[in-house]
Design a protein around this ligand. Structure first.
Ligand code: ADP
Length: 587
């Protein structure tokens, strides 16, 4: 794109402005340039006036002065004079000197008008002590000498007597103006010094604060100038104070040389800096090195280039280094623990499976042997012994159920099949079919409505609903137990409910019943192992859902659970097959 060309006046006013290091200097430079324009304009008028009046010599001198003004401006513009260090007063001083030399051909009126015109510039732009003194010396000196000791004026179209009056009056006005100027300059300068001092203090305090903050951060932070010499290092980067101070202004190469280290190391260290400069953005890398004590250390190294606002020039380079050795070590430990945990879990799973399996056949033997014993000796056994055998058989059955349930609980968070889209209508109707005899026996009625399709392992949703529906029939004393399975949805989840008209649960047990082995009744009243709801909870939570109950004693219960609409199924694991087909969930 073609750069936008600025106007002539813009270029004049901003000559040398690139040298400004802060907004204030920028304003100063603009002030100097405006003063320059004013002076050139006034001097041009003077020169024309001299030409009209036929004062050739004075016209030439004024021309020379204008030429000088242009030279100074050019020097400033092309950077030979640091414009930021100039003040408008310097121009005015030049002007005054030249005027003092030209007094022979001019009245004081022009000087007076000139200073009055420049007055605002003094007021708003003057703030350099040395310049003020130079200004006073140069301005007052020649005027005082000439006006008071050699009151001689030259033709300006007026009679000599009148010129004298004008000359004397203007001289006094001039003295008065200069005094006012002096006071204003002093006053302005004092304010400026005061302000500058305060600013400096504020900046220093801020710098200190930032440095303290940087010191507190447990990250090694360094900054470089554009030649990649260190300009700042915090103590996390270099602990030793003397070394830190020494490194300021040094390059990495100088540092490596001073420590008799391989220079290649310095180049490697700088690689990330050069890469960040090349890519013009912050770069971060993980680095693992073995230190001189043989310790393996990992750190995150970063380099961030800082550019001027227009991104044309690199101002500074920030480098940081965060030691993550301990984090890496912790990460490794967590990984090891996770592997170990997984292994133990697996072991436990196999243990539960093997135990369940191995316990089952002796239990079956005990039960059948007892029953054979009872049958063979039915006429020899008294009723107490018969009852005892019956109880034992019952207990064995309970134990068998408990083993099955514990096994189911242990595998409840495992997927035996990958997730698939499951129709809950199908799942519930299958459950009803499977439990037909219990439903008929209890004179119960199970209905369902508004059931969605879900993406999850079919065995999981089936197990949850089986447990809840069979509980709803079991913990029910109504003549016609009623069970209603339905769902409603929010933006993100489905909420499934199994409602019954059963015995209900008082509020204090609403949470407890989801704990494993937590039962509210003895086996005499309601059979069970206290594992069913714990299995439901484990499965639902494994799908990031929630399960809860809303119930009051005697008013039925509503068991609700939520499942996310876009559910992420837990990983699919192949697990050992169930122990035997008769291992149904407790319910
Ligand atoms: P189990 O039914 O084998 O005892 P659960 O974990 O399924 O084990 O249930 C735990 C307890 O919660 C039960 O003992 C019962 O007291 C109570 N409970 C479960 N479902 C219901 C229900 N629908 N109505 C009333 N109480 C229930």
């Amino acid at each position: 794109m073609k750069p936008r060309s600025r106007s002539f006046w813009y270029n004049i006013i901003h000559a040398g402005a690139y040298q400004a290091s802060n907004p204030r200097e920028f304003k100063d430079i603009k002030g100097i340039n405006i003063a320059w324009m004013v002076l050139v304009a006034i001097q041009t008028v003077c020169m024309l006036q001299h030409i009209f009046n036929g004062f050739a010599f004075s016209a030439v001198l004024t021309g020379i002065f204008i030429g000088l003004l242009f030279i100074v401006h050019a020097l400033m513009r092309y950077g030979y004079i640091n414009a930021a260090k100039f003040s408008s007063i310097l121009f005015i001083n030049y002007n005054t000197v030249i005027m003092a030399l030209m007094l022979g051909v001019r009245t004081h009126i022009i000087d007076f008008l000139l200073i009055s015109a420049i007055l605002p510039l003094y007021l708003f732009e003057t703030r350099q002590w040395k310049m003020i003194f130079a200004g006073i010396a140069i301005s007052i000196g020649p005027y005082a000498v000439y006006t008071f000791f050699r009151r001689e004026l030259y033709p300006f179209g007026l009679p000599r007597a009148e010129q004298l009056v004008i000359g004397q009056t203007s001289a006094w006005v001039m003295v008065f103006c200069t005094a006012v100027l002096l006071y204003l300059m002093y006053y302005k300068n004092k304010n400026y010094e005061c302000e500058a001092h305060k600013n400096e203090e504020r900046l220093m305090a801020q710098k200190k604060l930032y440095e303290q903050i940087l010191e507190q951060i447990p990250v090694g932070i360094v900054t470089f100038d554009k030649d990649l010499r260190y300009t700042y290092l915090n103590s996390a980067a270099v602990k030793d104070d003397t070394m830190r101070a020494w490194m300021l202004g040094k390059t990495n190469e100088e540092y490596f040389k001073s420590r008799n280290l391989d220079i290649q190391g310095a180049h490697e260290r700088e690689k990330i800096l050069y890469d960040a400069i090349a890519e013009k953005k912050c770069i971060e890398r993980e680095e693992t090195v073995t230190d001189r004590y043989g310790k393996v250390k990992t750190s995150i190294k970063g380099a961030a280039p800082v550019y001027t606002a227009d991104k044309s020039e690199l101002l500074t380079m920030i480098g940081y280094s965060l030691d993550i050795t301990s984090i890496k070590e912790a990460e490794r430990q967590v990984r090891d623990y996770a592997i170990e945990l997984e292994r133990r879990n697996e072991e436990l799973q196999h243990f539960v499976y093997a135990t369940s399996h191995d316990l089952k056949s002796p239990l079956r033997n005990i039960s059948s042997h007892l029953q054979i014993l009872q049958r063979r000796n039915s006429n020899k056994l008294d009723s107490d012994s018969q009852d005892l055998i019956n109880y034992t058989v019952q207990s064995v059955k309970h134990l068998n159920q408990l083993i099955n349930d514990i096994y189911q609980y242990s595998v409840a968070d495992r997927n035996d099949k990958p997730a698939e889209t499951v129709s809950l209508i199908k799942v519930v109707s299958t459950i009803i079919n499977d439990h037909r005899s219990a439903i008929i026996e209890r004179n119960a009625h199970v209905e369902y409505s508004n059931l969605p399709e879900l993406k999850m392992a079919p065995s999981h949703i089936s197990m949850v609903l089986t447990n809840l529906i069979s509980n709803a029939i079991k913990y029910n004393q109504a003549e016609h137990p009623m069970v209603h399975v339905y769902s409603h949805e929010s933006d993100t989840e489905f909420i499934l409910t199994v409602a019954d008209n059963g015995i209900g649960i008082s509020e204090e047990y609403h949470r407890q019943i989801f704990e494993i082995f937590r039962r509210l009744h003895t086996a005499d009243t309601y059979e069970g192992t206290g594992v069913g709801l714990a299995i439901c909870k484990k499965i639902v939570e494994n799908y990031s859902g929630r399960i809860w109950v809303e119930s009051e004693p005697g008013k039925g219960s509503k068991f609700c659970f939520s499942l996310l609409k876009n559910m992420v199924s837990p990983d699919y694991y192949s697990i050992s097959p169930p122990i035997s087909d008769d291992l149904a969930a407790t319910g």
